[in-house]
Ligand binder design. Structure first.
Ligand SMILES: Nc1ncnc2c1ncn2[C@@H]1O[C@H](COP(=O)(O)OP(=O)(O)OP(=O)(O)O)[C@@H](O)[C@H]1O
Ligand SMILES: [Mg+2]
Length: 611
């Protein structure tokens, strides 16, 4: 059975029990469910009663040749149609409403769970994959709850009502109808399953098409700079074609299915008319009864077909629910402690104590090893070292994006694992290496740590001024209200960096983490920011990562990190003597101001060499 399913596990779940958690999301909407159920029952009963109406109209109206009766039957018919209209409206409205509501609630639940998860989760689980779960899986559930379930319920009602009325109208012919039911179910189940799996894989190939287009269009300048358009067109065309091929296979299966069901149903009706027609001719039954019977037979067979078609929908929904519940159940590997240590007014002392770290995605590489150093409150400490030494990773540990596998990181002597994450991060501000800005106005960006209605323009301006960004922001036509695109589009690299610094300063942190915060700035802007940092010195603990040593020479101490280990610690002047790695850096970068120490060449090699 699974040979036609391209991705049977992803596709659907045989176990409809997995739908149970989704049902829990229905609980708050009992009122709407009651309304939808009433509407379902009313419309099903009216539809069923149409058959009886048909019988009365044909037999009494035509048969008795009494125009009065025909008129009154038609009046009744009109009333039923009105009831059916109102019922259909209510059924459609409430059922779809419930579907939309539940999927909206699920989206919110999944998103609010994910946004607080440990960042490592998104390294092992692709954000784009998660994004598609939040949209497509919830949409699937919405369709199923908002239509398939109601189709199923309505048709179950119609099936039982129809069978009862069939038996009541003509027990002998009922046997023919019930006997033909398997003829409808079998092809629907066989072909239906193939159609479903093909439609899922056609969704996947289409998603592929979309993501390819998205990526190349986002990076349009790189694409065109390398004259890569031709290759992109060919690659894109290949994806479009394979989506088309899958679609054609799906259409073919679907066409066969429809034609076959048509043939079988019409065949069964023919047989019924033949048998029933003979009964009419021999006076064993009336024409009206036969008409009513055919009507019910169509309802019964149609309802069986509808149920078996939505059955696979339900299975897919079960699969979607399973995947969503998996996301909801993903545990936070860095949870808050049960009784967090309160941080009322932290001093801002940071200490690394024999810290070791390994990224879970690369378990054989020890990124940090035995890292120990202290930063006293109000001190400025610089972190230098070659690219890939583990500097940014150290910052991730201070923000508790990861927990060290050995040793501990502490704030004011409290292991970070004993603090509430929100409280910890409230006191720390990070200027990340890639100045990641989110879309929004400059006012929103700088006041990011606060609710937008609490953002104070005066403070925003003060932070911008310290970050040496006020002049360029005020020169923008819309000033603070200037809206930037995703990733800070609309600004130069250095302008983005200064906004990121302003954002950090705005939040009035106790501890400020600067990761290459001024790497894109000209020397003058950089020195202004350095002055700003010097002015907060003593109040704020600053740890600054920098490749440019001019940024860090004013630091109280400099930690040289190399290959995940601390290779030297000390003030600039001392490191020039004690660390050959640092001395080499300094020699290359500060050529002009560098005054060779008499013994720096033979300098005491207290530390591991960089080579
Ligand atoms: N998410 C990750 N998963 C696996 N390995 C990672 C991850 N992030 C970083 N690494 C690896 O960890 C090591 C340290 O990375 P880190 O970003 O801390 O270096 P860095 O000192 O900040 O370098 P740079 O100066 O280039 O920014 C590198 O070898 C890097 O390849
Ligand atoms: Mg880095």
């Amino acid at each position: 059975m699974s040979e036609q399913s391209l991705e049977p596990e992803r596709e659907s779940s045989r176990n409809l029990g997995s739908l149970k958690p989704a049902i829990a999301y229905l609980a708050p909407y009992k009122l709407q469910i009651v309304a939808a159920t009433i509407a379902l029952i009313v419309t099903a009963s009216i539809t069923l009663s149409v058959g009886q109406g048909l019988r009365v109209i044909i037999d009494s109206g035509f048969g008795s040749e009494d125009p009065e009766l025909l008129s009154s039957s038609l009046l009744l018919f009109g009333a039923l149609v009105l009831g059916l209209t109102a019922g259909t409206f209510a059924r459609f409205y409430f059922v779809s409403w419930i579907g939309e509501r539940v999927s909206a609630d699920l989206r919110n639940a999944v998103y609010s769970h994910l946004i607080d998860l440990h960042p490592g989760f998104f390294e092992t689980n692709q954000p784009t994959e998660i994004q598609s779960r939040i949209t497509t899986d919830t949409t699937l559930l919405q369709n199923v709850i908002g239509s398939s379930v109601s189709i199923a319920l309505r048709n179950v009602l119609m099936f039982f009502g129809g069978v009862v009325l069939l038996l009541y109208t003509n027990p002998k012919l009922t046997a023919i109808v019930l006997g033909s039911i398997p003829l409808v179910i079998v092809p629907i189940i066989l072909f239906g399953r193939r159609v479903r799996s093909l439609s899922r894989s056609s969704q996947d190939t289409l998603a592929d098409v979309g993501s390819y287009a998205g990526e190349s269009l986002r990076n349009i300048k790189v694409v065109q700079a390398y004259n890569h358009q031709g290759a992109d067109i060919a690659e894109f065309d290949q994806r479009v074609e394979s989506a088309f091929q899958v679609a054609v296979r799906r259409i073919r299966q679907r066409a066969v299915l429809i034609a076959m069901v048509m043939l079988l149903i019409m065949g069964a009706i023919g047989a019924m008319l033949w048998v029933g027609g003979q009964d009419v001719l021999q006076g064993r039954t009336t024409a009206g009864e036969l008409a009513a019977f055919v009507f019910y037979a169509l309802i019964v067979v149609g309802s069986v077909g509808a149920i078996s078609e939505v059955w696979t929908d339900l299975q897919r929904a079960a699969g979607a629910t399973e995947r969503l519940m998996e996301l909801l159940a993903a545990p936070n590997e860095l949870p808050d402690p049960e009784m967090p240590v309160g941080l009322t007014n932290p001093e801002g002392a940071i200490a690394f104590d024999n810290v070791g770290y390994v990224y879970p995605t690369r378990p054989t590489v020890r990124v940090l090893n035995n890292v120990s150093f202290k930063v006293e409150p109000g001190e400025m400490v610089a972190l230098v070292g070659p690219s890939g030494a583990g500097k940014s990773t150290l910052f991730d540990l201070v923000l508790r994006f990861y927990d060290p596998i050995d040793g501990a990181v502490s704030l004011d002597g409290h292991d970070l694992r004993d603090l509430s994450r929100a409280e910890l991060r409230d006191r720390i501000a990070l200027v990340p290496q890639d100045a990641a800005l989110l879309a929004g106005s400059i006012r929103e960006l700088v006041g990011y740590g606060e609710h937008i209605s609490d953002v104070d323009d005066g403070q925003v301006k003060a932070a911008l001024a310290k970050a040496n960004a006020l002049t360029f922001v005020e020169a923008l036509p819309d000033g603070l209200a200037t809206v930037l695109g995703e990733g800070g589009v609309g600004l130069s690299g250095g302008q983005r960096q200064r906004l990121a610094i302003a954002r950090a300063l705005y939040s009035n942190p106790r501890v400020l983490l600067l990761d290459e915060a001024t790497s894109a700035l000209d020397a003058e802007s950089e020195s202004q920011i350095r002055d700003a940092l010097l002015s907060i010195r003593g109040d704020v603990t600053v740890i600054a990562i920098a490749h440019r040593l001019s940024t860090v020479t004013g630091a109280n101490r400099i930690v040289v990190l190399d290959g995940g280990e601390v290779s030297a610690v000390g003030p600039h002047a001392e490191l020039l003597r004690t660390s050959s790695l640092y001395a080499r850096y300094a020699k290359v970068q500060l050529e002009a101001s560098f005054e060779p120490d008499s013994d720096s060449d033979s300098g005491s090699e207290s530390v591991k060499s960089a080579s």
